[in-house]
Design a protein around this ligand. Structure first.
Ligand code: ZN
Length: 469
């Protein structure tokens, strides 16, 4: 890890051209690897007439796309290691929630957080994990990392499973950090009490949870003086960024990542723009015809992860829409290209009010509860302040009872950890489909009480209900 950290630090890119040369070289190496070792990629590329002998001359746009569905369907053939088969990994994911563990002492397994609504598992070996950690520390942190003075790092994420955020942060080197891990599903008051007694140097977590902490600080219930604040996992709005800056007197570092590559881009202390770690993450933005979008034009994001050889993702269609500028940052001079706009994955917080008047929030990450093979799609509608209708599209109606029982237990547990059991109720409703928004093509997974009321006032016709529990 330390070797990787130093390699990253002393092998810095000096110009955008340098970034491009590094990413081109890494792409060629990766293509050679998959065309030699991955049965899936060999077949997938052979269908387009691409073989190993072409690997030196290929451009990224010559390659066919991959998707989460395609990779999950062909899981056993993506990697060259027979240890990575979907039967064993599926069992492992079902029975393990411990993000500290290495699968077979070799691999970090990440389960998708559920924001995209489809179940997925992504794999990192120790080498790719070290590169990822080095990118995160070198680019998304400005606090000096030294074993001589440990930093106090408080992290506010969903700790209930093998999610990207907690797996990466839960694995930080203890030599450099004293770590406090807080679960976003704990009651807000508990979180604030723990932060007050820990007094972190670095506060990091989901954008919405940091935003709530900023309000607590402005309302004088939280009293901390972090020298760095990091936001990830959820989009950081302008309003949230300003409030966080005002509350903690430091500009928050915004990080864009996903299970597929946990730190793809980050802002800095000097610049709000998300700078893409393009030498390790080749991001393309494509228009509706799947051709390269114009600069600043919003399109679909496609990722090639250049450091992950154990579960390679090449021209992988993400669930995000964004625009980018393929050159050095125009505002701060950073050599990396920037994401100029990003859409999608913006799910709102659900706000509840207890009978004693206190408020509580539920974070987007609870959507990971829907990561069950029996669930094809879902939507949560807050029809009353303290009442949720949970719509489900099931893959197999015969296993409906088992699926609903498991979800019911998970929701009961979730509300009890938030101290909301007495106040919040919910109902599961089976529907045939959950349609995407006709203008954005995105499926809204959470409809807050405020949005639901707006829809009602516009004579919104709710989805037909077929069967309910
Ligand atoms: Zn910049």
């Amino acid at each position: 890890m330390i070797r990787q950290l130093l390699a990253e630090k002393y092998n810095k890119c000096t110009s955008f051209e340098d970034v491009r040369i590094k990413s081109d070289g890494r792409l060629k190496q990766l293509l050679k690897h998959v065309l030699t070792h991955s049965e899936f990629y060999k077949k997938h590329y052979a269908e387009q007439g691409i073989t190993l002998k072409d690997s030196d001359h290929l451009k990224i746009e010559d390659l066919p796309f991959t998707t989460k569905d395609l990779l999950m369907k062909n899981f056993d053939e993506v990697s060259s290691d027979p240890l990575l088969n979907i039967r064993d990994i599926g069992r492992y994911v079902k029975n393990n929630n411990d993000y500290h563990l290495w699968y077979k002492n070799k691999y970090k397994i990440i389960k998708t957080s559920g924001c995209s609504g489809r179940y997925g598992v992504f794999i990192y070996d120790k080498q790719s994990w070290n590169i990822l950690r080095a990118i995160t520390i070198n680019r998304a942190s400005y606090v000096n990392v030294t074993p001589f003075k440990k930093n106090r790092l408080a992290v506010l994420v969903d700790t209930s499973g093998l999610h990207a955020g907690i797996s990466l942060i839960g694995n930080v080197t203890k030599m450099f950090y004293d770590l406090l891990i807080l679960n976003v599903h704990e009651p807000q008051k508990t979180i604030i009490d723990k932060l007050n007694s820990f007094q972190p140097d670095i506060l990091s977590g989901y954008a919405n949870s940091i935003y709530l902490c900023a309000h607590e600080q402005l309302d004088c219930r939280l009293h901390i003086q972090p020298i760095q604040v990091g936001c990830s996992g959820e989009p950081l709005t302008h309003e949230a960024r300003d409030i966080i800056h005002k509350a903690f007197r430091v500009p928050p570092i915004n990080m864009y990542g996903a299970s597929e590559s946990i730190c793809m881009a980050n802002s800095s202390r000097q610049c709000h723009n998300l700078h893409i770690a393009y030498d390790w993450n080749l991001i393309e933005v494509l228009d509706a015809c799947e051709k390269k979008a114009q600069e600043e034009e919003i399109g679909n994001a496609v990722l090639t992860n250049l450091y992950n050889y154990s579960f390679p993702l090449i021209r992988y269609k993400m669930n995000d829409r964004m625009s980018m500028r393929l050159n050095s940052c125009p505002d701060c001079g950073s050599v990396f290209p920037v994401i100029t706009k990003i859409e999608g994955r913006a799910e709102d917080l659900l706000k509840f009010i207890r009978r004693d008047g206190s408020e509580e929030y539920l974070f987007c990450s609870f959507m990971s509860l829907f990561n069950e093979p029996g669930i094809k799609s879902f939507r949560v509608i807050q029809k009353e302040r303290n009442y949720l209708e949970i719509q489900l599209v099931l893959t197999d109606k015969n296993s409906a009872d088992a699926t609903v029982n498991k979800l019911d237990n998970d929701f009961k547990y979730l509300f009890s950890t938030k101290n909301l059991s007495r106040d919040v109720s919910y109902k599961f409703v089976f529907v045939d489909t959950i349609s995407a928004d006709t203008t954005t093509g995105k499926t809204t997974r959470i409809i807050t009480f405020e949005k639901y009321q707006k829809q009602l006032s516009k004579n919104f016709v709710p989805q037909e209900v077929f069967e309910s529990y």
